[in-house]
Ligand binder design. Structure first.
Ligand SMILES: Nc1ncnc2c1ncn2[C@@H]1O[C@H](COP(=O)(O)OP(=O)(O)OP(=O)(O)O)[C@@H](O)[C@H]1O
Ligand SMILES: [Mg+2]
Length: 286
């Protein structure tokens, strides 16, 4: 189960602490967070705004900006502690073995570069292939994420795409080097409901096909209900509940998880709760 640290897992986050020193004091944005993700597994990281989901993701990617800093813990990925790597070693992993998809695709896309340039550079930065082979891979990647006339779209700039298409391009870029792990930080929240559902389905299919593990971050339990194998519920920087998706949805142990479930429109609710187990104040469940 996710909250138990599994050293054999693809990723295990162990007692992670991410702090911000602010004028009004120390903010524990991530406070003793532990979970693991097996190869090919899908983890939903759920919680309200400000609960620490993005800072957990940024910590794993080592993309925190000052005054944020990782104050403790370990992030084991394929047997090595990411926190012990040099910046250069981390750059080699990012966009290669681990990729992140942000809420705003322009975090990934460079507005002044054509899509083909951005895509081929992503490949060439990590692999020794010829430029034309890289371009062909880029074309195929656009096709896989449902972009029609990919050959023509390769020559376009990001502003020539709609929001949903831009996010698809960002997904295509994230998948280019067949990463072992993809972290999606609310990548569909800004999109209309139909596009959200399409992109979610496509992402799921792509990960299954490539064997990539996925961490899907959202404030919406309904989004991960059909996607994740396991769910971690975050609040105030802590994981208050974790477990298999069915267990968390059908038998939520923590009152906060129940609150999140109550916020889900009933048509999405996965069924009647089977029981209401006694509440545990510290909220930690194996
Ligand atoms: N630059 C900063 N300075 C101080 N504190 C910060 C800063 N950035 C984040 N934090 C703290 O980290 C906490 C967690 O932020 P985070 O962005 O991870 O939340 P989140 O769960 O991703 O929320 P959202 O759903 O709104 O994206 C915030 O509540 C805030 O207290
Ligand atoms: Mg966030």
């Amino acid at each position: 189960m996710s909250a138990i640290v599994d050293r054999g897992a693809l990723l295990s986050v162990e007692h992670l602490e991410t702090h911000f020193s602010t004028r009004s004091g120390l903010v524990r944005a991530v406070d003793d967070v532990s979970f693991s993700v097996p190869r090919g597994g899908v983890l939903g990281l759920v919680g309200e705004s400000g609960s620490g989901k993005s800072m957990t993701a940024y910590s794993i990617m080592r993309l925190l900006d000052a005054p944020g800093r990782i104050a403790g813990g370990r992030i084991m990925f394929k047997g090595q502690d990411l926190l012990a790597l040099t910046d250069e070693q981390m750059r080699c992993l990012r966009g290669n073995r681990i990729a992140m998809i942000f809420q705003d695709p322009m975090m990934t896309l460079n507005p002044v570069l054509r899509i083909d340039t951005q895509m081929t550079e992503t490949i060439l930065a990590h692999r020794r292939v010829g430029r034309s082979a890289a371009r062909e891979e880029a074309r195929a990647a656009l096709e896989r994420v449902g972009i029609s006339s990919p050959e023509q779209r390769l020559r376009a700039y990001p502003h020539q795409f709609s929001g949903g298409m831009r996010q698809r391009v960002a997904i295509a870029i994230a998948m280019l080097n067949r990463p072992d792990l993809i972290i999606c930080d609310e990548p569909t929240t800004a999109l209309d409901v139909t596009t959200q559902a399409q992109i979610l389905g496509e992402m799921q299919a792509l990960c299954r096909e490539s064997g990539a593990a996925l961490i899907w971050i959202t404030h919406d339990l309904a989004v991960v209900a059909g996607l994740a194998d396991e769910i971690c519920v975050m609040r105030n920087g802590k994981i208050v509940e974790s477990g298999s998706t069915a267990r968390v949805l059908l038998e939520p142990q923590h009152p906060y998880t129940r609150q999140l479930l109550d916020a889900v429109p009933s048509r999405h609710r996965p069924g009647e709760r089977l029981s209401a187990p006694s509440m545990q104040v510290d909220g930690r469940h194996a």
